[in-house]
Design a protein around this ligand. Structure first.
Ligand SMILES: [Zn+2]
Length: 69
C-alpha cells in the first residue's frame, strides 16, 4: 500500500498583502484609492513615465521639492 502523500499547493505565506498596493511615495501611508488622491507623473531618463501617488498634497509638495535639483 502506497501512502498517499500528495502535497497540496499552498499559497505563499510570506504575510505580504499587495492587493491594494498604493502607498504614499513620500511617507508610506496606505492610500484609499476609492477616493481622490494626488499623483505626480515623472518621466525617467529612459523615456518611461512613472506614476507616483501621495496621501496628501503636503506630501506631494515635499516629495517634489526633494526631486528637483
Ligand atoms: Zn504621505
Amino acid at each position: 500500500m502506497g501512502g498517499r502523500d500528495e502535497e497540496e499547493p499552498t499559497a505563499p505565506s510570506n504575510g505580504q498583502r499587495d492587493d491594494q498596493g498604493a502607498v504614499c511615495e513620500y511617507c508610506g501611508t496606505p492610500i484609499d484609492t476609492s477616493e481622490w488622491y494626488p499623483v505626480t507623473n515623472r518621466r525617467d531618463p529612459d523615456g518611461s513615465v512613472e506614476l507616483y501617488a501621495f496621501c496628501s498634497e503636503t506630501c506631494q509638495d515635499s516629495w517634489c521639492d526633494e526631486q528637483t535639483e
